[in-house]
Design a protein around this ligand. Sequence first.
Ligand code: TXA
Ligand code: MG
Length: 320
Amino acid sequence: MTAPSMDALRKAAETIRAGGLVAMPTETVYGLAADATNDKAVARIFDAKGRPALNPLIVHVADAAMAQRFVEWPALAATLSQRFWPGPLTLVLNRRSDGAISLLASAGLDTLGVRAPRHDIAQALIQEVDRPLAAPSANRSGAVSPTTAEHVRTSLGDRVDMVLDGGPCPVGVESTILRIDGDSVFLLRPGGVSRNDLKAFLGAPVPDAAPAARPQSPGMLKSHYAPRTPLRLNAETQRRGEAFLGFGDLAGAGPYALNLSVSGDLTEAAANLFRHLHALDEMAAIQGISAIAVAPVPMEGLGEAINDRLRRAAAPREQE
Ligand code: TXA
Ligand code: MG
């Protein structure tokens, strides 16, 4: 694994303490991190991404003990965090009125999304800064999420003060987001922990949150995670002039074809999803390709998160 030096880590921590922005690798995607207790630093995140200020950020903590300083902590939060933290699961909980998190981080809502990332570098950075880190995915708002340091540099350039390079992100899709309300739990976004794993652990299915319960945020809008090139979903074949994103046996017949997983493994497909979309989008721009055709991906396990991102990437842009 690529690993930044201790010096780089210390410099990153200083940058954040001084109100700067650092892109950090997490197990899901790269995050654009700032001190979540510093209003100005949090405002810089929105500015760097071109993100609407009504879209709340996830606050990254080292562990459950740190989370409890900022949000109320019902039994269900304790149970879920014991099983899935550190890892790709975000819990949306009621904010504590005495918590130190910037109101802007949660876009003025009474709730706050918290997550303890599993990635060594993200963990080391949180511990070195010794503060909670607000971090959305480190891309311009609406664009494909970054799973390499190179993606971050291409998307944000000098809008970010420093990039910690940890190599490719192992999970590759963003965290699963759950709203916990007393002893009820609802799915706000499918992600790195599958609905099935949650169901197996909780002993009951996890329903989708009612549309009215969702903030009107770009991550939840129809068009998001979008490459510049239009996508054609559920494609069985690669047509002339198209690039192809394959899965399993459906590999495409022409040039400019990549495969999410030749063996049809959904974990591998998730890890490759954004990297392949970035690469095909680049090729399309250079080669004058009109569309990226995407093979069908089954809905089980991580397939739900993959299909969610593909649907948003393919949706008409005027939604954005
Ligand atoms: O894996 C991830 O979650 C990555 C890494 C960096 O941790 N982060 C990420 O952040 O995907 P972002 O900002 O790209 O997506 C966060 C989503 C947004 O759609 C936002 O609306 C939702 O989380 N969210 C954050 N706080 C919320 C809240 N209080 N209530 C409902 N949704 C919330
Ligand atoms: Mg994002």
